[in-house]
Design a protein around this ligand. Structure first.
Ligand code: C5P
Length: 224
C-alpha cells in the first residue's frame, strides 16, 4: 500500500496550503476531500436538489462528473466539464457542503472515490475524517488547528485576493456555525484521530507548518 499522510482539521486551519507544500516536497499525489463535498453541494444547488434528500444526493454523488486537473497551484476541480475552483470556495457552497456531508449514506457514497487517490509514490490528503475513517491505517496523521478568529482572518484575506468582499464578522460567524456542525454531527465528526499529531497553526505560517509535517514524515521514513 502506498503511504498516506492525512491532514485533518477545521476550515481555515491551513490544510490546503500545508497539504500542497507537503505533497510537492515529497512528490506525492494530493486529495482535497473538501472539494469533493463542495462539488457535490454545488451540483445539488445547480440542479435544485433538496439538501436533505439523502437518496437524491446519493444518486448525485455516485454519478458526480468530477475530476481534478493539475493547475499552477495544486489541482483544479472540474465539474461537469468546467473549472469550478472559484465557485467552490464561496462560503455559500462551504455551508451547503457541510450540510450534505452530515448525511451518513452520502459519505459512504463518496468513500471509494477518495480511496482511489491512494497511488504510488504516496498521497497527502486533507479533510475532516481522513485519519479517522477514510485512511485509518495512514502512517502519519496530522490534525491542524487554529483559533476561529485567525481562521476567519485568513478566509477574509483569501476572499479579498479572489476579488470577493465579505465582512470579517460574517465569515467568523459562518466558520463558527460550520465548526459546530462538523464537530457535533453523529457521523464522522471532526476530531483528531487517537494517533494524530495535533499542530496549532495560529502562530505559524503555512511553510512553517509544512516543515513540521515534513520533519515528522522524515522521522517515520515516509517518502524520499
Ligand atoms: O475543507 P473544506 O472547507 O473544503 O470542506 C467543506 C465541508 O465539507 C466541511 O465543512 C465539511 O463539512 C465537509 N467535509 C467533510 N469531510 C471531509 C472534507 C470535508 O465532512 N473529509
Amino acid at each position: 500500500m502506498s503511504p498516506v499522510i492525512t491532514i485533518d482539521g477545521p476550515g481555515g486551519a491551513g490544510k490546503g496550503t500545508v497539504s500542497r507544500l507537503t505533497a510537492d516536497a515529497l512528490g506525492f499525489h494530493i486529495l482535497d476531500s473538501g472539494a469533493i463535498y463542495r462539488a457535490l453541494a454545488l451540483a445539488a444547488l445547480r440542479r435544485g436538489t433538496d439538501l436533505e434528500d439523502t437518496e437524491a444526493l446519493c444518486a448525485l454523488a455516485r454519478g458526480l462528473d468530477l475530476s481534478f486537473r493539475h493547475a499552477q497551484e495544486g489541482v483544479a476541480p472540474i465539474l461537469d466539464g468546467t473549472d469550478v475552483s472559484g465557485e467552490l470556495r464561496t462560503e455559500a457552497v462551504g455551508g451547503a457542503a457541510s450540510r450534505v456531508a452530515a448525511l451518513s449514506p452520502v459519505r459512504t457514497a463518496l468513500l471509494e472515490r477518495q480511496r482511489d487517490f491512494r497511488q504510488d509514490p504516496g498521497l497527502v490528503g486533507d479533510g475532516r475524517d481522513l485519519g479517522t475513517v477514510v485512511f485509518p491505517d495512514a502512517p502519519l496523521k496530522i490534525f491542524l488547528d487554529a483559533s476561529p478568529e485567525e481562521r476567519a482572518r485568513r478566509r477574509f484575506l483569501q476572499q479579498q485576493a479572489a476579488g470577493r468582499e465579505q465582512p470579517l464578522e460574517d465569515i467568523l460567524r459562518e466558520i463558527r456555525e460550520r465548526d459546530d456542525r462538523d464537530r457535533n454531527r453523529p457521523v464522522a465528526p471532526l476530531k483528531p484521530a487517537a494517533d494524530a499529531v495535533v499542530v496549532d497553526t495560529t502562530c505559524l505560517t503555512a511553510r512553517e507548518a509544512a516543515a513540521v509535517v515534513l520533519a515528522i514524515a522524515r522521522e517515520r521514513g515516509i517518502g524520499r
